[in-house]
Design a protein around this ligand. Structure first.
Ligand SMILES: C[S@@+](CC[C@H](N)C(=O)[O-])C[C@H]1O[C@@H](n2cnc3c(N)ncnc32)[C@H](O)[C@@H]1O
Length: 264
């Protein structure tokens, strides 16, 4: 760490992190000091890792999401604050004894929030990445490995109250525009949504009616320009009551839709 032992000095550590360009240096210093638990050598190692740009959650081993502690193993997508509203809406849509599916679950963050808020509900998740599935299971999630709906128990068909998903939705040609160090540590598997970014979103729209009950809700995170082009698919597939979800700045962050009729 460039020969600067920060030891257990919170102010020095926060200053070091601020100087390195981290936007929440005080909070990060809190977390790193807590993770080191008073061991100065461990702290130096953790800080060195952080200064390379490695995600903080991989270093500390966890992150808080919707107020819930979620374990995040190295290599697994770190849940983002901007997905919290989608998770909260999914909780609102899930009856106390209902059933939810969290596709592309990553660490299992959304599924864990759902089971925490609705302990009597069944929450099932999937992810194509074996590391993510293992991490989600560590978070107590009933997680299956495979593509979207493929690994889900067939007994769920037509019975699900909520399908929620934060899928990869960045257009392939925009991947180089992501934050500079993104792919030093993370994999395009978490971001790459194909040529227009909406390939996996469309597959989720098409696959959900098989699992949702009539009146069940689909909640999807998506990019700014993606809600409108999906309108035709939503109508054709029998979804109604489509709501475009926006953040505090008014930017489009997701869609919520209800399955009005089952087509098969
Ligand atoms: C953007 S991350 C979201 C993770 C988690 N839902 C969250 O919000 O923290 C997308 C996740 O989708 C998974 N994934 C990508 N393609 C997939 C597919 N075809 N089927 C299932 N999971 C997929 C990736 O492995 C990654 O964990």
């Amino acid at each position: 760490m460039a020969g600067v032992p920060v030891r257990n000095d919170h102010a020095a550590l926060a200053a070091l992190l601020a100087g390195a360009g981290f936007i929440a240096p005080v909070e990060e210093a809190d977390e790193l000091l807590a993770a080191a638990a008073g061991d100065a050598a461990v702290l130096d190692t953790l800080v060195e890792r952080r200064l390379t740009g490695e995600p903080l959650a991989w270093i500390t081993g966890s992150v808080r999401f919707c107020g819930v502690e979620v374990r995040v193993d190295p290599g697994v997508y770190v849940p983002r604050w901007h997905s919290e509203e989608l998770a909260r809406r999914a909780v609102e849509r899930l009856p106390v004894d209902g059933t939810a599916v969290d596709l592309c679950t990553g660490s299992g963050a959304i599924a864990r929030v759902l089971t925490t808020a609705r302990p009597g509900a069944r929450v099932v998740a999937s992810d194509v990445d074996a590391r993510a599935v293992a991490c989600a299971r560590t978070n107590g999630v009933e997680a299956y490995a495979g593509d979207l709906f493929v690994p889900l128990p067939q007994t769920l068909e037509g019975r699900v109250d909520v399908v929620v998903a934060v899928v990869p939705y960045v257009p392939t040609h925009e991947l180089p525009l992501l934050q500079r160090d993104t792919f030093t540590f993370e994999t395009p598997l978490s971001y790459d949504g194909g040529p227009d970014g909406a390939g996996i979103l469309r597959r989720v729209l098409a696959g959900s009616p098989r699992f949702l009950r009539r009146g069940g809700a689909l909640l999807l995170e998506l990019g700014r320009d993606q809600a409108e082009p999906l309108g035709g698919d939503l109508a054709r597939l029998g979804y109604v009551d489509v709501t475009v979800l926006r953040d505090e700045e008014g930017d489009v962050r997701g869609i919520e839709a209800v399955l009005g009729r089952r087509l098969r």
